[in-house]
Ligand binder design. Sequence first.
Ligand code: GSH
Length: 231
Amino acid sequence: MAIKLYDLAGAEDDRRFSPYCWRVKMALMHKGLAFETLPWRFTEKDAIAFANSTTVPVLVDGNHTVSDSWKIAAYLEQAYPSRPAVFGGSDSQALTYFFSHWAVRTLHPPLMRAIVLDLYGHVHEKDKAYFRESRTKRYGMPLEQYGADPGKGVADFRAALEPLRPVLAENDFLSGKGPGFADYILLGVFQWARCASPRQLLEPGDPLYAWRGRVLELWGGYARKAKGYPV
Ligand SMILES: N[C@@H](CCC(=O)N[C@@H](CS)C(=O)NCC(=O)O)C(=O)O
């Protein structure tokens, strides 16, 4: 039975912008596992209550139900050891855990300021009130105020990416010669934006621009084909 993944969707079933779900979809592709995604909306808490979770991704693999993108990646690595590794060892898994927290704490906030109003525009009609209320509470101000200067959000996001540039000037991927979960965490950040916002985040001369192109092209352009805006 194919693996099932509850995946955040916007107004259209095929607009999928969750950064956390993107990490997991890329890990499943990396491992060559068959899976189907189930579109889920913010207010459909009942649909994932069985997993004891209020957030997606939620993965169902036969008798195993796992929520939280990090736990799902760790589960896949341990459950499918003969498939290509997304971490490649416990040391790199520990470092990737750091990278996951770094990305969420350092990259997400400026990017959210740049795209929050575009995201709001793409969330499903039935989710709009919930999105507005929960995010207003989270950021301590109305969405329009949090997202008032998207240009500054982009500039701050680009500056926050700085430590990655020397790495990607030397290596094709954050994980070295081939892609790994750190690359999928970062790709998730860019897909979050690209699937909901027309804003251009990178200049073509940026080493990150070429890196993003490489990851978007993996597996026949799986991530590039997703509904979103051109980069
Ligand atoms: N730490 C969790 C975070 C997951 C998360 O925040 N998912 C968002 C979608 S991007 C969600 O489901 N939010 C539900 C809500 O805001 O009510 C993970 O890595 O899976």
